[in-house]
Design a protein around this ligand. Sequence first.
Ligand code: RNT
Ligand code: ZN
Length: 417
Amino acid sequence: MCNRYESAKEIYAKLGIDTDAVIETLKKIPVSLHCWQGDDVKGFDQDGPLTGGIQTTGNYMGKARTPDELIADMEKVMSLCPGAKKINVHACYAIFEKGEFVDRDKLEPKHFKKWVDLAKKYGVGLDFNPTFFSHGKVKDGLTLSSPDKATRDFWIAHGQACVKISEYFAKETGVPCVMNIWTGDGYKDIPADRLGPRVRYKESIEAILSIPYDKNLVKPCVESKVFGIGVEAYTVGSAEFALSFAAMHDGCLPLMDNGHYHPTEVVSDKIPALLAFFPEIALHITRPIRWDSDHVVLFDDETKEMAKEIVRCNALDKVYMALDYFDASINRIGAWTVGFRSWQKALLSAMLTPNAQLKKLQDENKLSELMVMQERVKTLPFGDVWREYCVRSGVPTECQLFAEIEKYENEVLAKRV
Ligand code: RNT
Ligand code: ZN
């Protein structure tokens, strides 16, 4: 009797898909794992609340309280997830020596050496994010777009410090570092001037990127947003702002977070639109429910559709994929892991799709056959290939996963009281 994988392999082979080759390819595609699911976007450099219009909800036990705890948790998550990784660090996760502290405008590579050590241990790259929120120098909800020059200068200095840290990450790991600029700058209610803040934001980002750096090593991105909590009426870094900025600044990438659009807009459709113009783009993969709620990524329709677009546009090496969610209401290791594995499933599913055949049907206007074929693909034995991919990657299968999460909760998280 042949096993389920062998049988699935035959079925896919009939459609021209080599499942062994797909598994090997998928193993090498890096996906950036965000450090901030482990401690509710708290970081280590300040004690205040999370600001900037983003919010975590819930208070599940066992949140990481120190760099050692966060790194241990992240290592656990990596051991539960198949596929190549990058580690995505926010500037507020600087790790200071005992008694040491510098403000965000003075951060240096040495404050992130422990993250470099972690990346080297796993042979992976690092991505980076200046942290323009949760800080006393956010003035009236504004940072880079503030009318106050001293405020802007502080945050420009922070951004410049982060460019240097990003370059250090790339040099140390040998992997380019994606540096994402996102601010929560905006107004709760109708502003009297929508242009001024955007012009200041533009000039501030230009100032950040005016320092010398190697464009092959640092990939700056600008992430847009439609609104935030307490910032409902006007967001400085809107979609048009970010896209236009990236389009007009060589080497700067647009970053789309699929929680940052109106609820009926889909990023899956925007991916090919941007790929028609930009050599490279970046994504924050998340799951918005009714708003930018940053729920754990699931293997749902839009997640699958986004992965499909990347794969069928032949853009796996043009799209920097990073996860961005933070659920504090459930086991954080489980949240982190399910999100990463869901995106892996989406990529696998996209790569197990006979994309060339489907495109041909479209181009020949055989749209009835295309519909039948697209529906047929949905019932192919994807789960058997996924299981094999997990086994070959040395990570738990679906039925083994929860026991691992529960064990870590009992042995490690439950002791954090
Ligand atoms: C917020 C943006 C941003 C953050 C991270 C923590 O709406 O999505 O990317 O989630 O920088
Ligand atoms: Zn994001």
